[in-house]
Design a protein around this ligand. Structure first.
Ligand SMILES: [Zn+2]
Length: 70
């Protein structure tokens, strides 16, 4: 047994919420994934369809594990 490591790796949980937006220009809806840390930096969100930043946030849905099956 070699290489005894005393180091502790702090494993941070990464939650990737999905942010849903509606583009006010082309009326398309899109979802972006940002970590909470990224979102806190208030990134500029632009529409992937028309590159407009005239977008409106709809709702935030977190990934929730569900066993529900239809
Ligand atoms: Zn658009």
């Amino acid at each position: 047994m070699a290489g005894l490591s005393n180091r502790v790796n702090l494993k941070k949980e990464v939650i990737m919420p999905a942010y849903e937006y509606t583009c006010k220009d082309c009326k398309k809806e899109f979802t972006i994934f940002l970590s909470i840390k990224e979102f806190e930096t208030k990134p500029k969100i632009s529409c992937p369809h028309c590159q407009s930043d005239n977008v409106e946030k709809k709702l935030t849905s977190f990934f929730i594990k569900t066993s529900k099956k239809s």
